[in-house]
Every structure is written in structure tokens, then in C-alpha cells.
Design a binder for this molecule. Sequence first.
Ligand code: TRP
Ligand code: SF4
Length: 373
Amino acid sequence: MTESFRIDPWGASFVKDYERLMREFGIQPLTDEIIKRLPNPHRLIRRGFVFGHRDLEVILRAVEGGEDYAVITGIKPSGEYHLGAKITAEEFIYFLSLSPKARGFFAIADLEAYADNKVPLSKSKEIALSNLMDLLALGLDPKKVYVYRQSQEISVLRMAFLFSRAVTYNTLEAMYGDKPFGLYFSALVQAGDILLPQLPEHGGPKPTLVPVGADQDPHIRLTRDLARKYREEFGFILPSATYHKLIRDLAGREKMSKRNPMGNLYLTDSPELACKKIAAAYTGGRATAEDQRRLGGVPEVCTVFVELLSMHFVEDDRLLKEWYHECRTGSILCGECKARVCEIVSKWLMDHRRKRRKVADIALKLIEEGTLS
Ligand code: TRP
Ligand code: SF4
């Protein structure tokens, strides 16, 4: 581990060089062989946005062999869901859908939200309810999931304490830089989140998958290290992970953060607001219409093409390819293109809003009681 290449999951740090990340930290590439073994590979996987993994074979074997496995994700409830959070949510739902034996765990990281953003614990619950409505509207099967808040989950807190015995300040400082202890403690709590599905109360050791953005890798490494150290005591199987690329904001800046509201599309935005954001989004268009007709646009750098269409709003690979071609050859200009996107996104948002309303009661029950049963 080199000091010069440190990933800060709480900072504005972003990962430019995914190759280097994989090389230095031992993340495996998501190869075609592995993708072939996945049933109906998800859009984000087909298109390479999910680029790497650790021990995904362990999960594939569980799927193929009909054995129990867990998928765990967490959300820091510091605001409404945006397109970045939607990536993790979709991966979570996809990997849960692969087998009737899959169990989902959804950690509401209210302690981390307090440590990082000073969100009061009472406020967290409200925000988390809205986040959970998004997850359900996106297709999460409520019967498969256990939902909890970190601050209320004694098993997670107890594990965080037990783990703290094996972690020194120097280790944390080397991994995360000099941070307040609240953040270090959140990292231990997150290790507790990830290993919770393997405790006896949830059926004991089992393959566990954590789909994350590349910025979360230090937490995954820490957790795998702890799972190794506590293997004798708990029987842990090292958790597996998949990694996705971080989404840029609509201004084309690398990390989509919750702090710049105009640069993010929220799943609760009105169509009008969304279209305003789309109209202002950074594109790969040329300086003049004439240039663009002659030279074509550059979809590779365009947030409309990459972040909106490829990552989120065009499911059909052929349609996406045609769109790419139209842009490349200059047969479509950015204004017309954005008008089309605005229409697609508006429809999606209205549909999503309807779905959210339908699942509101289920979300409330899950927040209050953890499960539907
Ligand atoms: N740290 C994650 C974030 O910033 C949230 C989180 C908490 C999490 N516990 C988790 C993610 C467990 C995956 C697994 O968004
Ligand atoms: Fe982006 Fe569309 Fe303009 Fe191409 S035509 S650069 S895809 S906005």
C-alpha cells in the first residue's frame, strides 16, 4: 500500500486511474468469462461500468449450487437518492435477484452520516425512509431484505467494538489519512455491517457480496482483513465485492456529490427541474452547429451520453449504439438530443414517482420492523 495512492471514501477524492487501483490493491477485472456465468447480465455490467471484483466466484458458486448467500449494501442517509446511489441500488437488486436463496441486508448508515455530515440521528430515519422507497420502486423484493439503522443494531456495534482490538491507529491512518475518530469508528461499524449476515442470528457464515463504488475499497480491504483475523472466532468467509466506476456530475466533474444540487439528478426531481439540469449538462458538442454537422460530437466525454443514457436511461444496447452513431456522425445536434433525453427522463421520473407512492407503506414497515415477516 503506497501513501501516494490513497482513496478517501469521505473526501472529494475520485479515482481517475482504475487500472492502477486494481493493480495496487489487487482488485480482479470483471472478465468476459465471469460475465458469461451471470444470468441476464445487468446493463451496468454489460457496459463495463462495473469493472472489477474480489472473490465474485464465491458468489457465483453459491448461485449455481443453490446455496445461501447474502448481498449487503448501506446508504449514508444524507440526502435524496441521486444517480450515483441508483447504481449501487441496481446492483444490489440485481445480485439479489439471481437466486431464491439470496438474502439482502440494507444498512442505514446513520452513525456514519452523523460522523461525516452531522446529520442528526432522528433526521436520518426520515431521509432513509425516502431512500428505501426509491430502492423498492427500483425493484427491491421487500420479502428478501433485512433493514436496520446502525445506531440501533447492537450486533453490528458489538462487532465494531470487538474488531477495534485488532486495529491500531497507525493502520487506520495509513489507510484513510488523519481523520476524526468518528470516521475511523464508522469504518469499523461498516465492517460490522458487512459481516452481520454471517452471525448465527442470520444463519451463520455464508458467502457475502458487497457491491460498491470504487471509493469504498478501503472499507472492503479493512473488512476482509478483519474477517481473516476473526475467522477462528466467528467462522467468517471473506466477503466478496464488486466495484463500479464513480459517476461524474452533470458538469462533467469527477465525483457526483450530494453537495451540488444542480449537478445531480435526484430520483425525486420533478420533470421540469430534471430537464433544466439536462439543458445545462456538459456535452461533447462542438462550438458551432456547423462544426458539429461536419465533425460530429464526442459522446465519450458527454455526460448526456455516458451518465444519463449509457449508465441509466437506455436499456436497449442496440438503441444506445444507434444513438452513439448519430452523435458521432453529426446527424443529431445537442439541442435536439437533449430534448429527446428530457422526454425519456421525464417519463422515467413520473413512473418512478408512481411506484414510490405504491411502496410507501412497505418502506415504513421495513424501517420500523426490519422485515416484512
Ligand atoms: N460508507 C457507505 C457510503 O458512504 C455506506 C455504508 C455503510 C455501506 N455501511 C455499508 C456500504 C455496508 C456498503 C456496505 O455510502
Ligand atoms: Fe452528447 Fe447528444 Fe451532444 Fe452527442 S449530440 S455530444 S450525445 S448531447
